[in-house]
Design a protein around this ligand. Structure first.
Ligand SMILES: [Zn+2]
Length: 154
């Protein structure tokens, strides 16, 4: 049997609510606010706001410097927007909870290279949040060591 830490359980309870961008925008705002608050406890959170067509979203980015801040960063992402007709416990509260847990661990015991934790918005709408950030990083000539996307870990 898998054991969840109390913090992980709290994350799942807060995120696994109806929070689809169109059908449950208030739920999505609540989840965004919760994730921002959890990340902000670990460091400065950048809000990457974007618009694509009629869609507006906000990626939340926490950059942990690591022990060697000049190394190329590892980007770990998970989308926090919810799916249609589901509370999204697996898709994708499970992965956002894992993202937050990684953040808590890595802020206490920094890894060698910088780690960027990104909670993506509007991924269920066609990977909009990650596409917009990837375009931004390319325009900034910001290189990454690796990008890992956490998805449906339950
Ligand atoms: Zn998903």
């Amino acid at each position: 049997m898998a054991l969840l830490s109390p913090a992980c359980r709290k994350d799942l309870d807060a995120i696994a609510i109806p929070h689809h961008p169109s059908w449950d925008p208030v739920g999505l705002m609540a989840v965004r606010s919760y994730v921002r608050q959890q990340l902000a406890a670990l460091g400065d959170v950048e809000e990457h706001s974007f618009r694509r067509g009629s869609h507006e979203g906000v990626n939340l980015i926490l950059k942990l410097p690591g022990r060697n801040p000049r190394s190329r960063p590892l980007l770990v992402g998970a989308h926090y927007d919810g799916p249609l007709q589901s509370i999204g416990a697996d898709d994708n509260a499970s992965a956002v909870a894992a993202l937050l847990e990684l953040g808590r661990r890595w802020s206490k015991a920094p890894p060698r290279r910088p780690v960027w934790l990104v909670a993506f918005d509007l991924e269920e709408w066609g990977l909009i949040g990650s596409t917009v950030l990837a375009e931004q990083l390319k325009a900034d000539r910001q290189r990454l060591k690796l990008m890992v996307s956490l998805e449906m870990l339950a």
